[in-house]
Every structure is written in structure tokens, then in C-alpha cells.
Write a protein of this length. Structure first.
Length: 354
């Protein structure tokens, strides 16, 4: 059936679910209609997150947006917005044509080694730069009005374990999954409000089920479920290894985590298991060792931006009093991005489909 769904339905649905569950648990007050409606419909986070909870935002509505420090908040908000704007327009959108072309080609024939690594690295950086950019534009827009939205990304490609990756990637989704799926599934209810942890097998099963549902949230397809299962099993293995008390050196942990995440993006991006399997085989050189990386300069810039640029909250804390030269530079960057957008039709935000 051709049902037209509202843009961002998954984000505000999660916010409504979290409020209803908190009400059921006795952890949320009954808000007046007007602030509650504003909490759901506030435009910065409405269509692209972060997933904001009632207790994180509604109490801020009582604050005067013109209270002391308003100009500083506006300046920091514009700086954060500009950083996200530039990441989206100059990097994520520039990577999209190459990534789309290679994954479309993978439907017709196996990619060579260079093409496969170009596709998977390009998509990994495109997805992060695109989604984190919209989050930063949301946090920056809200800060201009004196509202602070929660952090959503914290340089995830520097993670040294799968658990660390999910503490850095789409943080508001992972904490939602933890609080409203994993904790209830891995616990037994005691009374109306309290959860008692169960044994390790129950907790491990809860991790796998929670991540499978996390994958399903991204799309009604088996590849998304498999992507969630992939990360669920990875989290279980990570937990077992950490309990064994034999930590890996950080460089080794980072390398294994990065390879694990990159391989998972093949499932996330491909339209079918056959395409995902073909790309994974190409990444391992099973379809030949020929070819070379394409768009190397763009991939390098994207890698540096993904790992070195501060997160929105890091930038907010560092820019308590931005120097004038930085303000001029950010203003020029924003103007350049506006002109760049005007060159042609815009590219869609990847997470709009979710």
C-alpha cells in the first residue's frame, strides 16, 4: 500500500514511546499540553534526531532564551551548525556519487579489490559525516534558542571495542535501546518500578535481541536485521572477552573494531545478501587483487574530518569565547557552503528513509 509516512516518524515515535513507558514506570510527570507538544514538534530535532527524552528538554522551556550568555550561545550554535553544514555539503555529498555508483555496479558484477575498499570506506565516511552533520545542525539550531540537545556522536571511528563504538555512535539511539529494550529483556520485573538483573545467558540473549530490533528500526529488510545481529554477536563476544580480563592493546582493539564495523556497513548499504556477500568477498580479495582506491584525496579528508573534528558538545565546551578570526573563518565557510548548495539539486539525507 502506498502510505505516505511523516518525515522523521521513527524519531518522534521513540520520544513518545519513552514518555509513555516512563509514565507507566512512574518516572515522568503529566506535562501541560503546550510544552509537551513543543517537546515533540521542536523543529531542530524533529526529522533527524537526536532522540530527545522529555526530562532532557521540557524543563529547559522555562529558561529565558535571552538570559545571561545569550550572545555566546548564539555564536556557539552558529559555529556548531556551520561545522555540520560543511561536513554534509563538502564531504558527505561529494562521496555519495562514487559510493552509489560502486554499490550499483556490485549488483551486476563483482567489484575488484580497489573498488570494494573505495565503496566501503566511502560509505562509512558518508554515513557518519551525513548523519552527524544533521545532528550538529540540530544541536546548533537549538542552542541559538538557548536549548541544549543531547550529544549523538563522539568520534566513533576512534573506538577500541564494539562496546566503545556504541557508546560513541548514535548515542541517543543506543541509550534508548539499552533503557527500553535491553534492561527489560535482560531483567525480571520486581514490583512496579524496579528491574533485577538476571544471569549472563539471559543478558547475552537480550543483547542479541535488542540489536536485532535496532537493525529492524533502520528498515524493514532482512539485511538490516542481519546488521543488527552482527553487532549483537559482536557485543556479546566483546563482553565475554572483557570478562576474561585479557585486554587487547589499543591499536589492535581499534584495528579489529574498525574492520568489524566496516564489514557491517556492507550489510547495511547493500540491497540484498547476495550483493553484501559479493562486496565482502571483494574486500577479502576473493575476486582478485587488482584495482586501486579511487578518490583517495576525498577519502583522506573524510577520514581526518571523521576522527579529528570535535563533536558538537566538545565544540560547545571549547568555544566559550570564540576568537574573532575563527568567527570570520566560519562565516566565510558558511557562505561558501550556501553557494555550493546553489550549484545543483541537493542530495537526500541518508537517514530520511528511517
Amino acid at each position: 500500500m502506498n502510505i505516505v509516512l511523516p518525515i522523521g516518524i521513527s524519531f518522534f515515535s521513540f520520544q513518545l514511546i519513552s514518555y509513555l513507558v516512563d509514565r507507566m514506570r512512574g518516572d515522568a510527570p503529566l506535562y501541560p499540553f503546550r510544552p509537551f507538544a513543543l517537546f515533540i514538534l521542536l523543529y531542530p530535532h524533529l526529522i533527524a534526531g537526536p532522540i530527545v527524552r522529555h526530562n532532557e528538554l521540557i524543563p529547559q522551556f522555562e529558561l529565558d532564551p535571552l538570559r545571561d550568555g545569550a550572545l555566546g550561545r548564539i555564536g556557539r550554535g552558529l559555529a556548531i551548525f556551520t561545522m555540520g553544514f560543511a561536513k554534509k555539503v563538502l564531504l558527505a555529498d561529494a562521496l555519495a556519487p562514487t559510493v552509489d555508483k560502486l554499490f550499483d555496479a556490485a549488483k551486476l558484477h563483482p567489484l575488484d579489490l580497489g573498488e570494494a575498499w573505495t565503496a566501503i570506506l566511502g560509505f562509512a565516511f558518508q554515513l557518519f559525516l551525513d548523519f552527524s552533520a544533521y545532528t550538529e545542525m540540530a544541536i546548533g539550531s537549538a542552542l541559538i534558542f538557548g536549548l541544549l540537545l543531547p550529544e549523538n556522536f563522539r568520534r566513533p571511528y576512534l573506538a577500541s571495542s564494539i562496546a566503545d563504538f556504541w557508546r560513541r555512535w548514535h548515542i541517543t539511539l543506543s541509550t534508548f535501546i539499552r533503557d527500553y529494550l535491553f534492561v527489560p529483556l535482560g531483567s525480571s520485573r520486581a514490583g512496579a518500578l524496579r528491574y533485577i538483573p538476571r544471569g549472563r545467558p539471559r543478558a547475552m540473549a537480550a543483547i542479541v535481541v535488542s540489536m536485532s530490533l535496532c537493525g529492524l528500526w533502520h528498515g524493514a529488510g532482512w539485511t538490516y536485521v542481519a546488521w543488527g545481529l552482527w553487532h549483537g554477536v559482536g557485543l556479546v563476544v566483546c563482553a565475554i572477552w572483557q570478562r576474561a580480563g585479557r585486554p587487547l592493546p589499543n591499536p589492535v582493539g581499534w584495528a579489529l573494531t574498525t574492520l568489524f564495523v566496516l564489514a557491517s556497513w556492507a550489510l547495511f548499504r547493500a540491497d540484498s545478501f547476495s550483493v553484501a556477500g559479493s562486496v565482502l568477498q571483494s574486500l577479502c580479495g576473493l575476486h582478485g587483487m587488482s584495482g586501486r582506491l579511487d578518490k583517495v584525496d576525498l577519502l583522506v579528508f573524510a577520514a581526518l574530518a571523521s576522527t579529528l573534528l570535535p563533536s558538537a558538545h566538545e565544540l560547545k565546551d571549547k568555544l566559550q569565547k570564540p576568537p574573532l578570526a575563527l568567527a570570520w573563518a566560519l562565516g566565510a565557510l558558511a557562505a561558501y557552503c550556501v553557494l555550493e548548495v546553489g550549484r545543483g539539486p541537493p542530495l537526500n539525507f541518508i537517514y530520511f528513509q528511517f
